[in-house]
Design a protein around this ligand. Structure first.
Ligand code: AMP
Length: 299
């Protein structure tokens, strides 16, 4: 049974970091988020790929805890090219070819419509809205976005934010969306739109949770090897919602633990290109790193 529905992009990325290059590798917000969530809960994805999308990637996802009934094939695959400099906290987009994503009209499989947990991962806010309208009565809707959509579809994006529970943004996106350099002021504006929690992702420096009356600060993990941070935000969101769905109780404590689990999966993801590291990690390694996060906060 599908417990978490994840929508987002699925495509092929060309990545360049100071530590190497990868061409036409598996990427997309939905890909990273679903692999991260699948460590904790069964999930189903809603995405579009082109006729040119390699079948091996479909078969790989099928071998995981990921249901693919919501995947459509049409036209050419979404492509993204990005590069990072020594400060790898922010990707520089070199090209975005929306291709099949530009005309995607998502149809939610019937068996997904009753799911209680929904992650609207980074994609066109019009697609996010359409999927949300097809869900019957979700208990928790988490949403992510990026500068591309803030620039091109801000009004639709704000419309989605008014309908969700938890908003994920990185610090640069929060400043851009709310027109202020002050993150506390930005989160106040975001909370006034309706979400009950805002999570600001600060790359290698961790994540901040803001609600109307509480604040939580999750430190970053001191990684010795960072090769490619692509998809870390999506892994964070996928791990966050996957863990919450596995607990099925939205207490403050679980939300804080979910932030740490999201950070654990994101930290592993940065250790190699594309999904190479996600393919290899075990549940035992996830628990071990979770424990390290706990130890780092003890004082
Ligand atoms: P992240 O590093 O977590 O922000 O996400 C990286 C992933 O986002 C890459 O694998 C890209 O394929 C995907 N991506 C890049 N630009 C967009 C966009 N405009 N819409 C949806 N997904 C995108």
């Amino acid at each position: 049974m599908v417990e978490v529905v994840i929508i987002g992009s699925m495509g092929l990325d060309d990545i360049e970091t100071p530590f190497g290059k990868a061409e036409a590798v598996l990427g997309g917000s939905c890909t990273y988020a679903s692999l991260a969530a699948s460590f904790f809960s069964p999930c189903g994805i809603v995405a579009v790929v082109g006729e040119d999308f390699p079948q091996e990637h479909i078969e790989f996802l099928q071998s995981k805890n990921v249901d693919l009934a919501g995947i459509e094939r049409k036209g050419r695959t979404f492509r993204w090219g990005g590069s990072y400099e020594f400060d790898m906290n922010e990707a520089k987009t070199l090209r975005t070819e929306l291709n099949c994503l530009a005309e995607f009209d998502p149809k939610l499989p019937e068996e997904y419509q009753d799911a209680k947990y929904v992650f609207l991962a980074n994609t066109d806010p019009q697609i996010q809205l359409s999927v949300l309208e097809q869900m019957k009565s979700p208990a928790l809707v988490v949403m992510d976005t990026m500068n591309f959509w803030i620039t091109h579809k801000k009004e639709t994006l704000l419309e989605v934010i008014r309908k969700i529970d938890v908003l994920l943004l990185n610090d640069g996106e929060a400043r851009q969306l709310f027109g202020t350099p002050n993150l506390v002021a930005a989160t106040k504006q975001a909370l006034s739109l309706g979400p009950r929690a805002i999570i600001i992702k600060k790359g290698e420096h961790g994540a901040l949770l803001f609600t109307k009356d509480s604040h939580f600060n999750c430190a970053g993990y001191p990684l010795e090897v960072i090769k490619d941070p692509t998809g870390c935000g999506d892994c964070f969101g996928g791990g966050f919602i996957g863990y919450l769905a596995s607990q099925n109780e939205l207490s403050d404590r679980n939300i804080r633990r979910a932030i740490v689990y999201g950070s654990v999966i994101a930290s592993f993801n940065a250790e190699d290109f594309s999904i190479a590291r996600l393919k290899a990690i075990s549940h035992a390694q996830i628990e071990e790193r979770f424990k390290e996060f706990q130890d780092h906060r003890e004082f």
